[in-house]
Write a protein that binds this ligand. Structure first.
Ligand code: SF4
Ligand code: SF4
Ligand code: SF4
Length: 167
């Protein structure tokens, strides 16, 4: 079953703007609906709904999540091959290919260019994660320990700046 919208929806449109497959439709200030045939169950809508109006695939109410904790894409630079699949799959043009950090190349990194995510634009929609053939990009909440550890590690590789700043 796809995500669904229930009648507490006030038609604010926050969910519609984050949906990677344009599955959400409606008229502002009226109840929106999700096209089950288009929904890929990514959850990007549920974390922004202010009205407790979105149910997940098993009918559980999605919780709104603070902006700084919402899921985002994190790249494991050592595994990235620079194949560009994720760049092509991102519906929001968040990903660019950048020169791999010299520390990574010096340590036997496999790519000369690697994926870099603009975290401000990323909705955590999972399209890149689903398309990456090398398990090199992960959607994690920003307060997830794995995200924090990888972010710190990547910052060290980029020589102190964040990957977003390096983009
Ligand atoms: S779960 Fe994802 S694909 Fe489905 S309606 Fe929400 S944002 Fe769109
Ligand atoms: S799809 Fe995966 S391996 Fe390819 S560029 Fe993106 S993160 Fe790197
Ligand atoms: S999760 Fe990946 S595909 Fe989706 S918006 Fe973020 S970078 Fe783009």
């Amino acid at each position: 079953m796809a995500f669904t919208i229930i009648d507490s929806c006030t038609g604010c449109s926050a969910c519609e703007r984050r949906c990677p497959t344009a599955a959400i439709h409606g008229i502002k200030k009226e109840m929106y609906y999700i096209d089950a045939n288009l929904c890929i169950d990514c959850g990007a809508c549920g974390v922004v709904c202010p009205d407790d109006a979105i149910l997940d695939t098993v009918g559980v109410l999605c919780q709104q999540v603070k902006a700084q904790q919402r899921p985002k894409a994190f790249v494991q630079l050592e595994k990235c091959t620079g194949c560009v699949y994720c760049v092509n799959s991102c519906p929001f043009d968040c990903i660019t290919m950048e020169q791999a950090p010299s520390l990574l190349i010096g340590a036997g990194g496999i790519a000369t260019t690697v994926a870099v995510v603009d975290l401000k634009k990323c909705t955590g929609c999972t399209c890149c994660e689903l398309d990456c053939p090398y398990d090199a990009i992960h959607i994690w909440r920003q307060d997830d320990e794995r995200a924090k550890v990888l972010d710190t590690h990547n910052k060290q590789l980029w020589g102190g700046s964040s990957s977003t700043e390096a983009a």
